[in-house]
Ligand binder design. Structure first.
Ligand code: SME
Length: 137
């Protein structure tokens, strides 16, 4: 690991890398749970800025994963009732929780402008990424 580089800088680089390298990943970001475990705060991200910098637990796909601790793949965001739209261009989404010492501390959130963009390989890959990210905490 690089020395002297902050965790946020590493996460920022990771977001930019994934957004550039994976053609179907159009927005890549992190949300982290507040101390209170009632809201998520937007962390480093790559892609269009979003208005949703604070998301209550339970709200949207991200808020649901904060509660469930389970990876959530959405093939068609328009078919979801409990969904927070960050951009009208988004068609599918994946949210993968990050666990540190068994606690769900946050998540990787990826949006795609293509429907059904996220398959089993993405789930396996991103759950591995989440494990690596957990090591930074
Ligand atoms: N769509 C997410 C909100 C975050 S934006 O995608 C960046 C949700 O429903 O939780």
């Amino acid at each position: 690991r690089k020395e002297g580089v902050s965790r946020d800088e590493k996460l920022q680089e990771l977001c930019e890398y994934m957004e550039i390298e994976f053609s179907l990943y159009d927005w890549v970001g992190f949300y982290f749970a507040a101390e209170s475990d009632t809201v998520l705060y937007l962390g480093p991200f790559a892609g269009e800025p979003t208005d949703h910098t604070v998301i209550p637990f339970g709200k949207g796909i991200c808020g649901q994963v904060a509660v469930s601790g389970k990876t959530f793949v959405v093939d068609d965001v328009n078919a979801q009732d409990n969904y927070i739209a960050c951009s009208i261009d988004v068609r599918s989404e994946i949210v993968v929780p990050i666990f540190v010492n068994g606690k769900n501390i946050g998540q990787i959130d990826i949006d795609s402008h293509t429907a059904e963009a996220f398959g089993d390989e993405d789930v396996l890959f991103l759950e591995k990424v989440a494990e690596e990210v957990a090591l930074l905490f």
